[in-house]
Design a protein around this ligand. Structure first.
Ligand code: BGC
Length: 922
């Protein structure tokens, strides 16, 4: 099992600016630059770096650099603020990082670029344009049989266009685009970019994002046309469970804003703007709504509408919907994209001519359907569902979301239908009205979600645990759609703060969510009430009370976690006043330090089973936790007075908690629930002497229930980590492997391909839970995913470490597992930790990136028998023995690839049948 490191000296890679690789259209005046490192030399580290920045057209090697740090000593690689002359709008900057290794030798460089968008608000000259509803011809709605109470008021999607001429050679063209609603931009017959559901959902009253596209290749000399299709989206469509449309929250019809920048070879510049010269008409999309679905009449296609030379004389001039561009900001995250496709697994024809398609995976997105040889006017309907009940689609749990798409054929031979401005959560599709046979290859699931690149992998020897990891990842995919949502299918899909905060640690292990969450945090801050209360959901719709305990606290927990995970200090700085205000808001109404007032809709340990954690206990634990994190944030930011103030508050709330809820002599926590014990232990709320007894009580509860959990959304993430941290990894594994109700594996045994909202979403005893609240794709209960990486595989950070600067590698051998392995692409480089039991031997493979220190705890009862790459310890260079006990050996490591072996004895070390050769790479 020798793992050769990639050969080569210290080399930078994975360059990012503002957490994105090669971002186009930034509006941060001081963007921050980062890179990762790799090296095949053990103990390597960066001893110095140099950053150079040059505007487009200037060579990074010549002397006319805009910014040159010179050689800067040190190991910094993360989020280094640009500190050169002010950046210009609409300009591409090339940058280079050069590094020196641990011996002081210059070893390598890497190049990247970023490009600014419109840095100054007054550069927005365009107007918001929209259909002129007074002048537009009366709308011709879908046929009566397709109109429901909810969809009959929806309007068709406006097509907007204008023609323009390019009369000189172009060197560059950019489109800056946004909408209130959703847009798809088109130039000369081609779609611009691949963003879906753009510009995304933000706290629209404060901020609407714009996207920037390089459109140079789409333009040509002579006549050109630019056009856009608009849809209601989150702006004016149905959102959440509020039966009113968004009109009451935001606006009543979609609007577009575009600035097209043309840079000519002769140095001149021209803008094509959205303005009163554009014209509008409705096209094939008779309605499109995120919850209700999309209705497309192929007979109404407007061939050539987005090309020059199209005759638009019968189109209607647009209305100017406004000129206030102060809310526009450059999108600081990657957009939603179609990132995967799923082929249909089976298609079943029913006697009445309907087809039931199974995609084999509960997914989020939509279906692409190919129809062959249908006459014009054939109406094909697609309904979507997560599960079947008695062989038929079960849609009651969608509540008012109709999730129904309709395509009326144009009679054009082969027609391909895919809705553009809606998405559904589904595994099964019912197709009605399809002519002739429907083959599996005619149906494709198009999976869309916010583009958050996968950066982590976990694998192990147990199939059910692997399925759990897969279900967790599908939950993450399906619920990161512009904002982190609770669920993707029913009339909800809201940015619930507790769901987000409990799942965030898992999400960060699986994927790079730094930019995605940093953006959403700005919305969370925007949504804060004047009295300091964060709401339950952001963007704030439907729920307008102050956030509940563990929900509103997301506004404190999330920026802190982002800082620790990615080193993003700015997210902390920007969030800090709001974080303080939240804690002050709780404190103000609860001067006795037990959080009992201003608790919003207090959800307690939401969807717990067979236990009732006292709500004031849960709330007060979170009050202490938030005060603690505000104090820590203050320390990081150098706000000493605040640090002292919130530290004192934390201590006082902790004392109040102990007085009110803890019997320290007995180690008893009020309510005696798993979540109560978990919160008290995880948040450090117990007097030291009470800890062992509290752990015993927690363990006794798990055992008394036959190794079953009772935790809801709030407690579940803590269950395995806390048990394992207190010496009860056996119980953590027992819960992980448990497959009778309630457990993770119970849903898997019954066919789950995503994480369910509730433990009892379906049970043998009661069947499908009543539909009022029963999603089959909610990620909260999947927050155990963090423990797979951090506990099972053992990749963790030292307490004060930021962005994995100091690793604590401590794999947990146990359960039914014979091997497990995780690899994580951290902000500093690749970290890996894998273990395997084989014929009386424990093998550990570890990768530590350059400049990172690690300790590794090798679980073995014979610490003297540990070797690395065949050499017995302690004679291995760069591996120092720190601690030896009768159960483990702890060593300190520098960067490098390592291959340890240790004698394994004891109950968990039975020889593995699985590992014949190398640890499988995840
Ligand atoms: C949502 C949750 C949310 C909860 C609040 C539900 O309707 O789906 O995930 O956190 O309400 O209790």
């Amino acid at each position: 099992m020798t793992v050769p490191p990639p050969p080569g000296p210290l080399t930078p890679y994975g360059l990012t600016c503002e957490l994105l690789d090669e971002p186009l259209g930034l509006d941060e005046p001081v963007p921050r630059l980062s890179w990762k490192l790799r090296s095949s030399r053990r103990g390597d580290a960066q001893s110095a770096y140099r950053l150079t920045v040059a505007p487009s057209g200037t060579d990074l090697r010549d002397g006319r650099l805009l910014w040159d740090t010179g050689r800067v000593s040190g190991a910094d690689t993360l989020l280094i603020p640009y500190d050169g002359p002010p950046l210009q709008s609409s300009t591409r900057y090339h940058w280079r990082v050069t590094v020196w290794d641990v011996r002081g030798e210059q070893t390598a460089h890497a190049d990247s670029w970023f490009e600014t968008g419109l840095l100054h608000r007054d550069e927005w000259k365009a107007s918001w344009i929209a259909r002129d509803r007074d002048a537009a011809p009366p709308q011709d709605p879908p046929a009566v049989e397709d109109r429901t109470e909810r969809t009959r008021h929806l309007a068709s999607c406006p097509h907007l266009r204008r023609a323009f001429t390019v009369d000189k050679p172009l060197v560059r063209a950019r489109a800056y685009v946004s909408a209130r609603g959703l847009y798809e931009l088109r130039i000369n017959g081609r779609r611009v970019g691949d963003a879906e559901l753009a510009p995304g959902w933000t706290e629209y009253r404060h901020r609407v994002l714009y996207q920037t596209y390089d459109v140079g290749d789409l333009l040509r000399k002579g006549g050109n046309a630019i056009g856009a299709v608009l849809a209601d989206g989150w702006w004016s469509g149905f959102v959440g469970f509020d039966s009113r449309r968004q009109a009451l929250h935001y606006g009543d019809a979609p609007q577009l804003i575009v600035q097209l920048l043309l840079d000519f070879a002769d140095g001149s510049r021209r803008w094509v703007l959205s303005d009163g010269d554009w014209r509008e008409r409705s096209g094939p999309i008779r309605h499109a709504d995120l919850l209700m679905g999309e209705y497309v009449d192929g007979r109404r296609e407007l061939p050539g509408w987005d090309e020059p030379g199209y005759d638009d004389h019968d189109w209607t001039p647009v209305a100017i919907a406004g000129a206030d561009t102060s809310v526009l900001r450059a999108a600081p995250d990657r957009p939603v994209r179609v990132l995967e496709e799923l082929p249909a697994r089976t298609v079943e024809r029913r006697a009445d001519g309907r087809f039931i398609v199974d995609l084999g995976q509960n997914m989020v997105g939509r279906v692409r359907l190919t129809v062959r040889g249908a006459p014009a006017g054939r109406r094909i309907r697609l309904r979507h569902a997560e599960i079947l009940d008695d062989g038929e689609l079960y849609v009651d749990n969608l509540r008012t979301a109709e999730a129904t798409d309709v395509y009326v054929t144009a009679g054009r031979g082969v027609e391909v239908f895919e809705p553009r401005f809606t998405f559904h959560g589904f595994r099964y599709v019912e197709v009605t009205g399809h002519p002739g046979d429907l083959a599996p290859e005619d149906v494709t699931g198009r999976v869309l979600h916010s583009d958050t690149p996968w950066t982590g992998e976990f694998a192990c020897s147990d199939e059910t645990v692997m399925r759990l990891q897969s279900n967790i990842r599908w939950g993450q995919r399906g619920n990161f759609v512009s904002v982190p949502t609770d669920c993707p299918q029913r009339d909800e899909r809201l940015g619930w703060l507790a769901d987000a905060q409990v799942f965030l640690p898992t999400a960060c292990r699986n994927a790079d969510v730094a930019a995605f969450f940093a953006r959403w945090m700005r919305d969370v801050v925007d949504a804060q009430h004047p009295d300091g209360a964060f709401p339950d959901v952001v963007p704030e719709v439907c729920m307008t009370r102050e956030g509940a305990p563990a929900w509103g606290d997301g506004g404190v927990i999330i920026p802190w976690h982002l800082y620790r995970e990615y080193g993003d200090r700015r997210v902390l700085e920007r969030g800090f006043p709001a974080m303080k205000a939240w804690v002050d808001h709780v404190h103000r109404d609860n001067p006795d330090l037990l959080w009992r007032h201003r608790v919003g809709n207090h959800y307690g340990d939401w969807l717990q089973v067979g236990a009732e954690t006292p709500r004031d206990l849960l709330a007060t634990a979170y009050f202490a936790r938030s005060a603690e994190l505000v104090a820590r944030a203050a320390e990081v930011l150098g706000a000493e007075e605040d640090a002292a103030r919130y530290r004192a508050l934390r201590t006082a709330v902790g004392d109040a908690f102990a007085d009110a809820f803890v019997d320290a002599d007995e180690g008893r926590v009020a309510g005696e629930t798993q979540t109560g014990y978990l919160l008290a232990l995880a948040f450090g709320l117990l007097p030291e002497r009470a800890v062992p007894a509290a752990v015993d009580r927690l363990a006794a509860d798990v055992e008394a229930r036959g190794h079953h959990l009772t935790t809801g959304f709030v407690g579940v993430a803590l269950l395995c980590p806390v048990l394992a941290a207190h010496g009860r990894a056996d119980l953590a594994y027992a819960l992980l492997h448990q497959d009778t109700y309630p457990s993770w594996a119970y849903s898997i045994r019954h066919g789950a391909t995503t994480i369910w909202e509730r433990w009892d979403g379906w049970t043998e005893e009661h069947g499908i839970k009543p539909p009022a609240m029963n999603s089959f794709n909610h990620y909260s209960l999947g927050s155990v995913g963090e423990w797979l990486y951090g506990g099972v595989a053992g990749i963790g950070q030292a307490p004060g470490s930021v962005a994995y600067r100091e690793l604590r590698l401590a794999p947990t051998i146990g359960g039914r597992l014979t091997w497990a392995c995780a690899r994580q692409e951290t902000a500093r480089g690749t970290v890996e930790c894998g273990w395997a039991l084989e014929a009386g031997e424990l093998r550990l493979r570890v990768v530590v990136p350059p400049g990172v220190d690690a300790t590794l705890t090798v679980p073995t009862e014979l610490p003297d028998g540990v070797s690395e790459s065949g050499v017995p310890l302690p004679a291995v260079d760069g591996v120092d023995v720190l601690e030896r006990s009768d159960r483990s050996l702890t060593v300190r490591l520098g960067s490098g690839h390592y291959d340890f072996r240790a004698p394994a004895t004891g109950p968990s070390s039975s020889p593995s049948q699985v590992l014949a050769q190398d640890l499988p790479t995840p």
